[in-house]
Design a protein around this ligand. Structure first.
Ligand code: MV4
Length: 451
């Protein structure tokens, strides 16, 4: 087994990876920017290396600095976490070329799934249901109109190099397509350095349901159930739960098998998440994430596996050691992403943690790197922790979540805890009938009046 792993990330996910490594007897190397010198992931690691000034592009996105840190600390492998370089195929390649093991999927699968057209084509050939659309990028607005007419309105224009909803436009008419095509292409060029866009039939009220898969290097592949991530604000997931309240056991088993068969067809290794839109009883592939996801804890809570440990084991070359029949799901889990933001306007409000007390008790998990006295740096994502609850049913999770949120003390800055306390009283959330647009409408409806 690896003797030393460098964690190329920060915050709660760096801590999460450290915890799994420490339990496996693997030494850990933390990397940090000068802004994170006092961060908990640095304190808990066996050793740490400063990799640059605060801006992510000079530190956590600085591949050369990270590889140098791995070399001087004599690490065997690098775990990228999520975000930053976790889905950068060039980085995965550099890691392997420098003699370290990249703990994650292969560089080829990372690259394939980063191209949304190639990904969709590969998944379609592997038997994954996809939504009808232009079979490739549309080169100009005339071609976009022809494609949209053929598909039928409304259509959605997406960036080939995009993902996560960036640069997406919904068009209800030919005029919309003409005007939005140029905007979407320009936004894609600006955001991804690639202005290519494609078109799909637009689902108006879908849910976002994703399937967690895990494969070793010897042909064993399992799915670890589904997660419902339909509660989103501006394409940022806010709350996730497993299993989805919108699908039944037979749908779950069917889409899980389709996912596993597709992973086998493409020879996938390590963790992966296949994202679907779900509407009127049908699943439609939207994209595949070749990384560990923020919301992985809700899957861990219902299946009892430590996904980071499984990533490390698989990267080492160990067999999974279990089959789909061995995977058992128990109960329900819900995760709230706690952010240092105004609970009404969601304006980022980083600051210094004056006092900190995390909730506990049966079925409560907090993944956070906060501590009393810690100053949340303004340079990175505003997520300061994840509150996860597990229970025998969704209702038990709701009761437990209400109780845990009431216990959670973070003073010295605004957090979204009060937002979640209000959310848990909303009927559409409580009865689980929300789609991907519901939260946006709910929040805009609650924006404070003038004055
Ligand atoms: C869609 C869609 C409807 N129809 N594709 C959003 C980000 C990325 N995961 C894909 N997304 C969507 N793709 C088709 N064909 C709806 C979404 C979507 C969404 C769209 C607009 C506004 C908010 C949204 C939130 C989640 C998903």
């Amino acid at each position: 087994m690896f003797e030393k792993v460098l964690i190329a990330n920060r915050g709660e996910i760096a801590l999460r990876i450290e915890r799994a490594c420490r339990e496996m007897g693997i030494a850990t190397v933390a990397v940090h920017s000068t802004a994170d010198a006092d961060a908990m992931h640095v304190r808990l690691a066996d050793e740490s290396v400063c990799i640059g000034p605060p801006p992510a592009r000079d530190s956590y996105l600085n591949a050369q600095a990270i590889l140098s840190a791995a070399a001087i600390s004599n690490a065997d492998a690098i775990h990228p976490g999520y975000g930053f370089l976790s889905e950068n195929a060039d980085f995965a390649t550099m890691v392997e070329e420098h003699g370290f093991t990249f703990i994650g999927p292969t560089r080829d699968h990372i690259r394939l799934m980063g191209d949304k057209i190639a990904a969709k084509q590969a998944m379609k050939e592997a038997g994954i249901p996809c939504i009808e659309g232009s079979d490739g990028p549309v080169p100009d607005e005339d071609a976009a109109v022809v494609a949209a007419d053929k598909i039928g309105y409304p259509v959605i224009i997406k960036a080939v190099a995009g993902g996560g909803g960036r640069g997406m436009k919904i068009a209800h008419s030919r005029d919309d397509v003409r005007s939005f095509y140029k905007i979407a292409s320009a936004e894609a060029e600006a955001a991804f350095g690639n202005g290519a866009v494609y078109i799909e039939r637009c689902l108006l009220n879908p849910r976002h349901i994703e399937i967690q898969v895990l494969a070793d290097n010897h042909g064993a592949i399992v799915h670890l159930g589904d997660r419902d991530c339909s509660l989103q604000r501006r394409h940022q997931k806010v709350l996730e739960e497993a299993p989805s309240p919108a699908i039944n056991q037979s749908e779950r088993a069917a889409i899980g098998k389709i996912a596993v068969d597709a992973m086998r067809a493409i020879g996938y290794h390590n963790v992966g998440t296949i994202e679907f839109l779900y509407e009127a009883g049908k699943f439609y592939f939207i994209e595949m994430n070749t990384r560990l996801q923020v919301e992985h804890p809700v899957t861990e809570m219902i299946c009892g596996l430590d996904l980071v440990r499984e990533m490390v084991r698989v990267a080492w070359g160990s067999p999974l050691g279990y089959t789909q029949e061995d995977i058992r799901f128990h109960g329900h889990a819900i995760e709230c992403r706690i952010t240092a933001e105004d609970p009404l306007t969601f304006q980022p409000k980083p600051g210094r943690v004056a006092s900190y007390h995390a909730p506990g008790g049966l079925g409560v998990r907090v993944d956070s790197a906060l501590y009393a006295g810690y100053r949340v740096p303004p340079y990175y994502d505003s997520m300061i922790g994840k509150l996860i609850v597990h229970g025998a049913s969704r209702n038990e999770c709701l009761m437990r979540l209400r109780r845990a949120l009431g216990e959670y003390v973070i003073t010295g800055m605004d957090t979204t805890i009060p937002f979640y306390q209000r959310l848990l009283a909303e009927p559409a959330f409580v009865n689980g009938t929300y789609d991907v647009h519901w939260l946006g409408h709910y929040i805009s409806g609650t924006k404070p009046g003038p004055g």
